[in-house]
Design a binder for this molecule. Structure first.
Ligand code: NI
Length: 195
């Protein structure tokens, strides 16, 4: 999928946009083209590290990283993506649930519900394995959004699930550490969600 999109972009540059008209060239100086990032896999030690807080949430570098994470998450049809999964040890994650994209920078979970629920999880960084994980049903999370502004979100359902999976990524934990049991793709074809 990654290859295909690169080819498409290259073809666009060759036939559609090259040489870029002046107006486009000017925009490019201020903005940037999003990139599809490589997803690091299970054995990579970055997935086991506690990620660092972001010191400059509004900076162009962070905005570019967030834009690339969103592009990557959408390209690979993930419902969530944490910065360590693209090789950056920062406390950032993005979610994409029912076509709503949210960005969480320096997130902190403020409250969990007592009620828990078991749900099957998979991970973009752990290939071909899924398993049920028990987690609180609801939570309240505080974070900075893509503009560096503080937000407070009450999450339930799939969002609460994804937020907790991504928070774990920021703390060096994978769902395979918490799953009640693990099974392979063949047993669970088509049902899995990738976070
Ligand atoms: Ni994951």
């Amino acid at each position: 999928m990654k290859e295909k999109s690169r080819v498409k972009i290259a073809a666009g540059i060759l036939w559609g946009f090259y040489p870029p008209p002046l107006k486009l060239r000017r925009t490019r100086k201020r903005k940037f083209m999003t990139k599809i990032l490589k997803i690091v896999q299970e054995k990579d030690p970055i997935l086991r590290k506690k990620a660092e807080p972001v010191k400059n949430p509004g900076s162009p570098e962070v905005k570019e990283l967030v834009a690339n994470m969103i592009a990557t998450m959408m390209e690979i049809k993930g419902v969530g993506l944490a910065a360590p999964q693209v090789g950056v040890s920062y406390r950032i994650f993005t979610t994409n649930i029912e076509n709503k994209i949210l960005v969480f920078i320096n997130p902190e979970i403020k409250d969990f519900s007592n009620e828990v629920i078991s749900f099957e999880e998979g991970c973009l960084s752990v290939q071909k394995v899924w398993g049920p994980v028990i987690r609180p049903k609801k939570l309240i999370i505080k974070a900075l959004n893509e503009n560096g502004k503080p937000v407070k979100i009450r999450a339930r359902g799939l969002l609460a699930r994804v937020v907790q999976h991504e928070m774990d990524h920021l703390n060096g934990t994978l769902f395979i550490d918490k799953a009640e049991k693990l099974f392979t793709i063949e047993e669970n074809k088509g049902k899995e969600i990738k976070i």
